[in-house]
Write a protein that binds this ligand. Structure first.
Ligand code: FE2
Length: 230
């Protein structure tokens, strides 16, 4: 039986069940629902490249930034990498939402999606709204997370096919390899975790995107070839 880190090194993803307790997950889901009531942020009005317009979502929410920090040791253990946190995001999904197949930006080199809770209004027995990663679907319960290489692994969700009143809360926590080519994305260009988006260095995303494009056009480029050691 391989360790999580061995599995991740080979497959570029790993499942981690019960990464947080059901109780902490329930706290996160309740928090997200109350946050949506008090401070609704429609992704469609926040970003011109909205993935799920009309749903509540937030960058660097203090609760989710705290979760990012809490899970850092578990993500390092599961990937076998030393990591820098970059940023957190969360979304309160509603019926009809989907997520088109995509890969993420360099600050999401090592990404995870964690289920904080759901409520399904459906007659379909054992309905579950799965996440797909490179052709495999994963059923998760509150507290379960899937860690994957966000720049490389295509991921998506089929339409959320439960009825009116259904919801699901997912947090997306992103990290970079502290010894890898995207270490520059530490804290997503902010002074530390916990700061809002307006503290980001404005040029960081395009710098990192250029680097990623260059790296992908030269397979196996890593930090090591930037230095002549002998
Ligand atoms: Fe993504």
């Amino acid at each position: 039986m391989p360790t999580k880190a061995e599995f991740f090194a080979k497959n570029k993803y790993v499942v981690y069940e019960k990464a947080i307790s059901a109780e902490v997950a329930r706290l996160g889901a309740q928090y997200a629902i109350f946050d949506a009531l008090q401070d609704w942020k429609d992704e469609g009005t926040m970003a011109n490249n909205a993935q799920v317009p009309g749903s509540h979502s937030k960058y660097a929410d203090p609760f989710m930034e705290s979760l990012e920090l809490l899970l850092l040791p578990k993500v390092e253990e599961s990937t076998g990498l030393s990591l820098y946190p970059t940023y957190s995001y969360y979304r309160l999904y509603k019926p009809g939402d989907d997520l088109l197949p995509h890969t993420d930006r360099p600050a999401c080199e090592i990404s995870l999606t964690i289920n904080l809770g759901y409520s399904y209004n459906t007659n379909i027995k054992d309905y579950s709204w799965d996440i797909w990663v490179e052709g495999k679907s994963f059923r998760t319960e509150p507290g379960d997370m899937i860690i994957y290489r966000g720049l490389e692994m295509n991921h998506w969700r089929e339409p959320f096919a439960a009825g009116r009143g259904s919801w699901q809360v997912q947090a997306f926590l992103h990290y970079v390899d502290a010894n890898g080519p995207y270490a520059m994305c530490k804290f997503d260009g902010r002074p530390s975790l916990g700061y809002p988006a307006n503290f980001k260095q404005p040029q960081l995303d395009s710098l990192a995107e250029n680097l990623a494009a260059s790296n992908f056009s030269k397979p196996n480029l890593s930090n090591s070839i930037l230095y002549v050691t002998r």
